[in-house]
Design a binder for this molecule. Structure first.
Ligand code: SME
Length: 162
């Protein structure tokens, strides 16, 4: 049994340091990327409050579409073209997207009508996008620069194991 129960944290940077450490411990020695993404989605869900969706979209080598990966939340759209929506924009530009109001994001894809804000961070391996981490919240402006930096650190840490 894995018992990752996040203790109280002084601030968000400390929370994300613990999350990254837990992610490394959880995936250590496991080569199956799907299993690792499934556990990482559950870990993110356990650590971060106020989410309604947390998970992965994968970018298969040579593809121009993201494909749904392991996640926690309501069933979601399966394929997202590069450059489309928040996830496709993050993947196409290789740039994190921290969206305070999803209704104001041109082309936002509404998988869960409860989502109000969203953070999407590309996962890079050898300079290429292999996936994105997608977090949705029912609260407007749920994510800030600390969340973005924390999920970027997580993406870097897990890139070799997904
Ligand atoms: N809102 C995303 C689609 C994925 S769902 O949030 C799970 C987007 O605009 O790309």
């Amino acid at each position: 049994m894995f018992a990752f129960s996040p203790a109280a944290h002084a601030d968000k940077p400390e929370l994300y340091r613990d999350l990254v450490e837990a992610a490394q411990a959880l995936t250590a020695g496991e080569a199956d990327g799907v299993a690792n993404m499934a556990n990482l989605a559950a870990l993110i869900w356990t650590f971060l409050p106020d989410l309604n969706w947390a998970g992965f979209y994968r970018l298969p080598a040579g593809s121009d579409e993201l494909v749904l990966g392991p996640f926690i939340g309501k069933p979601a759209c399966i394929r997202i073209a590069l450059g489309t929506g928040v996830c496709g924009t993050a993947a196409a530009t290789r740039t994190s997207q921290c969206v305070a109001d999803v209704h104001a994001f041109p082309g936002h894809i509404a998988c869960d009508a409860n989502s109000r804000s969203e953070l999407v961070v590309p996962v890079l391996r050898d300079g290429a996008v292999i996936a994105v981490i997608d977090l949705d919240s029912p609260s407007p402006a749920r994510f800030d620069a600390d969340d973005t930096a924390g999920i970027i650190a997580l993406a870097k840490a897990i890139a070799p194991v997904i």
